[in-house]
Design a binder for this molecule. Sequence first.
Ligand SMILES: [Zn+2]
Length: 110
Amino acid sequence: MKVEITNLTKEKRRTAGKMPALTEILRGTFIKCYLECIRPNCRCHKNKKYRHGPYYRVSYGKKNRMHHIYVPIHLKEMVQKWTENYEKIWQAIETISALNIKIIRKSSRK
Ligand SMILES: [Zn+2]
């Protein structure tokens, strides 16, 4: 039983150790999009394959409303990583939480 708890504790540390830095997160959805322009005669209005882009944006919820912000091309990789990191941190929190439940269970059985 003690060995099991030690292993669970090690697993918690491993999970926490793989977590991205808390400063490198963004709660939102990273989106790649192609858009129509405002020039009335542009071919982008006739066929979707001629739309301009790609452009990148992040959509996020705030005060029960969805918002979005365009991401400058030079920040694309970093911002995408931030949104992925947000998910990774939540997954780590869920994993560690589940491991702590197991630790309580193992500790209760005498
Ligand atoms: Zn156009």
